[in-house]
Design a protein around this ligand. Structure first.
Ligand SMILES: Nc1ncnc2c1ncn2[C@@H]1O[C@H](COP(=O)(O)OP(=O)(O)OP(=O)(O)O)[C@@H](O)[C@H]1O
Length: 239
């Protein structure tokens, strides 16, 4: 087994979720390989409603692959993936998943508020609603004072918060932070507070990090180790 998940931690310790609470995303016995290279084998992971789940591992251990599987962006080769209780690969309507992007969408020559307004309008919100949502998210993400600052002139932490706010404009059920936390302490605290607020309103957060200490704030942690290299059982491959 390539993965150790202390699943009994769900609902214990700092976790706010009761055992058996609905899952935003669930991987059961999941395996994934690219060509002949096995990246993941026999992974069990639950992102419960109301919880922040950390995925920890060294370079190339499969963290981003786990996040993509949990978000329904990659199909598993083995096992089962459920997103809000359904197979995301069954052809039906999918729940919204929010992946905080590596770069600020649109242009970093725009101000923080302008970027968010572009994203909100692009998502189809009427202008008045877009402006209201953007201002609300600027406040939630502690960006009200830098709303008029050009993104390129912002700190790395502020830029992360703009990307987080842009992602939240999509009103996701699952929020994925992939290797995004290499920022200053202030921004980190804001990301944590926003994540807590997000999960308290019915979402789940998956937080991918390279170092165990970066996941100390998470309710549950999944630790990835490099799997032994052997092909998955061809008979059980789904796609
Ligand atoms: N689409 C792909 N095709 C081929 N190999 C891939 C693909 N995606 C990932 N891999 C390989 O799978 C392994 C795990 O990649 P992944 O990005 O999930 O790891 P990671 O833990 O997120 O790594 P890092 O911390 O370096 O970003 C790596 O060896 C990577 O090269």
């Amino acid at each position: 087994m390539s993965v150790t998940l202390a699943s009994e931690q769900v609902g214990c310790g700092r976790a706010r979720v009761a055992p058996g609470r609905a899952a935003v995303s669930r991987l059961s016995g999941v395996g994934k390989q690219f060509g002949d290279r096995v990246v993941l084998r026999d992974v069990d992971l639950v992102v419960p409603v109301g919880a922040v789940v950390g995925v920890v591992g060294g370079p190339g251990s499969g963290k981003t692959t786990v996040a993509c599987l949990a978000a329904g962006l990659l199909p598993p080769d083995e096992g089962v993936v459920e997103l809000v209780g359904r197979d995301p690969w069954d052809g039906g309507r999918r729940p919204v998943v929010g992946l905080v992007p590596d770069r600020v969408p649109v242009s970093d020559r725009l101000t923080c508020r302008e970027v968010l307004l572009h994203v909100a309008l692009f998502r189809g919100f009427p202008p008045v609603v877009a402006a209201r949502r953007v201002d609300s998210l600027l406040a939630v993400c502690q960006l009200a004072d830098s709303a008029g600052v050009v993104v390129a002139e912002c700190t790395a932490g502020q830029r992360l918060l703009v990307r987080l706010a842009a992602t939240l404009l999509g009103e996701p059920r699952l929020l994925v932070l992939d290797d995004a936390l290499d920022v200053d302490r202030w921004a980190l605290d804001v990301v944590r507070a926003v994540s807590r607020e997000f999960v308290a309103t019915g979402g789940g957060v998956l937080c991918v990090v390279g170092q165990a200490w970066q996941a100390a704030w998470c309710d549950v942690r999944l630790e990835l180790a490099p799997p032994a290299l052997r092909p998955l059982d061809e008979r059980s491959r789904r796609r």
